[in-house]
Design a protein around this ligand. Structure first.
Ligand code: HMG
Ligand code: MG
Length: 306
């Protein structure tokens, strides 16, 4: 039944950025670095490390430069960082980032709440970012938030998602990650939007970034796999959410995603046990059990192993 799905999938680990940005209590820089180093050892090709945004917007990630200086970068692993404007880009360059991610949305109301810009203004802000990336031999990824629903505006038209995706591609990003920021999507919405996105971007330039607020993220991944999507963002432990998207809960948990992909015979090159250990480390740092269902089951039998 699942013969047509991609045999290999890229998993983009976003826990150190999307996971931590929603945590109120400041996690010590050394623990963030240790968390990223554990993820590096697990075999990811891409680990989103932090954000060079306003420290007033996201106090948790004010130590972005220290985190980038402290991690042990593995050969062949990308460590993208979020950058909203030229100021953030200059900080990212100084910190030695090689890949950045610009982020906008398919709804005006969320874009205003998140980055205090209109969608048009966000593209004006990204132009110097992408130009600087080119000058420094860096690559840029792009995000489209609220692709399946907006916490302020409600429904979002697929045409708005396609329009913003096309504009990001025109800007020169190597991949567009389509965000279900508040975890409202159901598989019928994936089936309606993804073929149009693939027609526009090509499957190899498309990623899905699903939050699991309503428990539909894995069902949405399965639907997207069947449509040919081969890149998914997820966060170890299932942490995450955006402080400017009220009610947004964690990202799809990397452990749950890897478990399903392994069952489907899809290769990722990532060691699931090592991700469980990284998530357990983060859980200790945050002082609570994390939502990943697979991790909870595994840790119940692993005892104190992590
Ligand atoms: P603003 O207040 O309109 O900007 O914020 P401003 O240009 O007027 O600057 C205000 C102050 O911030 C100034 O400092 C600037 O220098 C400083 P002051 O003079 O008052 O002392 N500033 C900066 N400092 C450090 N780094 C910077 C920077 N830029 C300005 N880059 C701004 C606009 C975009 C800066 C702000 O709204 C912001 O940083 N927003 C980021 C919000 C954010 O990180 N949200 C979460 C990430 S998006 C997400 O989670 C969704 C995603 O996961 C996908 C999905 O799930 O859908 C990606
Ligand atoms: Mg997110």
């Amino acid at each position: 039944m699942f013969e047509s799905i991609p045999r290999r999938v890229r998993v983009v680990e976003v826990g150190p950025r999307d996971g931590l940005q929603n945590e109120k209590a400041i996690v010590p820089t050394a623990e963030k670095i240790a968390f990223i180093d554990l993820l590096s050892a697990a075999g990811f090709g891409v680990i989103e490390a932090t954000s060079f945004v306003s420290p007033r917007a996201i106090p948790q990630l004010a130590d972005a430069a220290e985190v980038m200086a402290g991690i042990t970068r593995r050969e062949g692993v990308d460590y993208p960082v979020l950058v909203p404007n030229e100021k953030g880009m200059r900080r990212a360059i100084d910190a030695g980032a090689r890949v950045v991610a610009v982020f906008t949305a398919a709804s005006e109301a969320f874009t205003r709440a998140n980055i205090n810009m209109t969608i048009d203004e966000s593209f004006a802000a990204f132009r110097p970012v992408v130009a600087l990336a080119g000058e420094h031999g860096m690559r840029a990824r792009g995000y489209v938030s609220t692709a399946f629903g907006c916490p302020y505006q409600g429904a979002v038209a697929p045409e708005a998602v396609l329009d913003v995706t096309g504009r990001l591609l025109d800007l020169g990003v190597y991949e567009v990650s389509i965000g279900d920021t508040i975890g409202v999507a159901t598989p019928d919405q994936i089936a309606a939007l993804v073929p149009r996105l693939i027609a526009l971007a090509g499957a190899d330039r498309l990623a899905l970034h699903l939050h699991d607020t309503r428990g539909t993220a894995l069902a949405n991944v399965l639907a997207a796999l069947q449509l040919g999507v081969g890149t998914f963002d997820s966060a170890a432990g299932g942490v995450g959410g955006c402080p400017f998207a009220p009610g947004a809960a964690g990202n799809l948990a990397t452990e749950d995603l890897l478990y399903m992909l392994r069952g489907l015979g899809v290769e990722t090159g990532i060691d699931l046990d090592a991700v469980v250990r990284a998530g357990a480390f983060l859980g200790k740092a945050l002082g609570r059990a994390l939502p990943s269902k697979y991790a909870q089951a595994a840790l119940a039998t692993m005892g104190d192993a992590p």
